[in-house]
Design a protein around this ligand. Sequence first.
Ligand SMILES: [Zn+2]
Length: 253
Amino acid sequence: MLSLNMLLSNQYNSNSQKARVLTESWVFDNIFCPICGTNIINYQNNKPVADFYCEKCKEDYELKSKSGKKLGKTIADGAYHTMIERISSETNPNFFFLNYDKSSYEVINFLTVPSYLFMPEMIIPRTKGIPNRPNYIMCNIDISSIPNTGKIFYIQDKVIQSKSKVLDDWNKTSFLKTSTNLQAKGWLLDIIKCIERINKKHFNLQDMYIFENILKIKYPNNNNIQAKIRQQLQILRDKGYLKFNEKGNYEVI
Ligand SMILES: [Zn+2]
């Protein structure tokens, strides 16, 4: 499952075309829809946006590939303003990120990130324009700023995850799909990231209040960060992401 089929690329001259054919055919052969588990179909290359589609769920998946020994913190994407507009207007597709070793043609990491987990702040403009069009700004996706719970690995450091784990992991954040207000969603994602930084199965409010100053910098107009933290924890409980136990103890489900 981990090898790209090199034979496919023989008929292409350009390296970018070769990479595209290799990675797309690998995804088509190996990857199932993370929502329903059935096979996905391949769009034709002339489709402007998504590369893959699940007929059952009516969901699009766009593939971004990166060669190298490691996934790293960022993945190159297309035009900056287009990406920001897609996130703001909720026409963003789900993403597949494929990281492969160029010398061995081996897949090292493959993950999906649901469309609704992207925030404009995760899209970083690249300082250099492209040749002949210096004002055309491209972007990188800062995947290090996506909560870990939203990065759903099929393959992590060459270890293949089970289908049931992929489907379960997708489900954990699916409640965010209905959150249409970007700022409301931003708060939930920031609180999830704080919980991940605590990195304990059980935690309490004091553990969360440690992040008060950091959150205040990000949300300077909010004058009661502690109350906001408590409110967000309640939402996460109501959505089944957390459990409230006795004595102010919270548990990540
Ligand atoms: Zn599906």
